[in-house]
Ligand binder design. Structure first.
Ligand code: HEC
Length: 221
């Protein structure tokens, strides 16, 4: 007969006990176990958007002191009016103009900004055919051949910073450098559109002159 031995017997009983306990306990893996020192896990601090009985206004987040300017922020001294948009057009200069080495990188960044923030209304190519418009939102003017083509970059910057008509301002979502990037991208769309229209007109003119000057040549291959 196999001699189990006292020690092994005790271990076997312990193992049995553990198995029985595990079955009896029926752990619920969906919920946390008993928490040891729960304050380590559940911080008593207030969350940003939580009501706060201690601070002024009853909110945890407090507004900045009036006149506070974030370090490095650009302060714009304009009002949200069409006149001030024109003034911004005269005064604000595009920091990455077309002749700048960084321009194409700026256009590439601006493309991503446009796809994210502008295309729902203005459409991926700026032709005012975004998904929101297709569902009934009043269509914005085309960015390809509307008034914006003639506007100066600074005026576009004002529109993006302060909004215009039905379009809300984007100063809360886009950093100033992102606004310039997206302006550079819009300019690249407008340039491509102008080139397309020009090429189309040339083709049309070519075929017309051909027809007018040598009608008999038309038959030749
Ligand atoms: C919610 C829809 C919506 C979004 C998103 C939006 N726009 Fe607009 N945008 C409009 C509308 C509507 C107008 C016309 C406003 C008016 O003059 O009444 C407009 C006007 C403009 C104009 C002036 C065009 C003109 O001819 O007067 C520019 C430039 C422009 N948007 C650029 C942008 C850019 C760049 C973005 C992304 C950062 C953007 N918009 C995001 C709806 C939108």
């Amino acid at each position: 007969m196999v001699n189990i031995g006292r020690r092994n017997l005790v271990l076997a009983i312990l193992l049995l006990l553990v198995i029985v306990l595990a079955i009896w306990w029926q752990p619920d893996y969906e919920h946390p176990n008993v928490e040891f020192l729960p304050a380590m896990r559940r911080s008593p601090s207030f969350k940003a958007y939580e009501a706060n009985p201690v601070l002024p206004g009853g909110t945890s987040m407090q507004p900045p002191i009036p006149g506070t300017i974030a370090r490095g922020a650009i302060v714009l001294h304009y009002r949200a009016t069409p006149e001030d948009a024109l003034r911004a057009g005269e005064e604000l200069k595009n920091p990455i103009p077309e002749q700048d080495k960084q321009h194409s990188a700026s256009v590439a960044r601006g493309r991503r900004v446009f796809q994210t923030y502008c295309s729902p209304c203005h459409g991926g190519g700026g032709a005012a055919d975004g998904i929101v418009v297709q569902r009934g939102y009043p269509p914005p003017p085309s960015l390809l051949n509307g008034k914006s083509v003639q506007m100066k970059d600074g005026q576009l910057f004002h529109i993006l910073s302060y909004g215009q008509g039905n379009m809300a301002p984007f100063s809360g979502q886009l950093l100033p450098e992102q606004r310039w990037d997206v302006i550079n991208f819009v300019r690249s769309l407008q340039k491509a559109e102008a080139e397309r229209v020009k090429a189309e007109a040339e083709v049309k003119q070519d075929s017309e002159t051909q027809r007018n000057t040598s009608p008999d040549k038309k038959a030749k291959p």
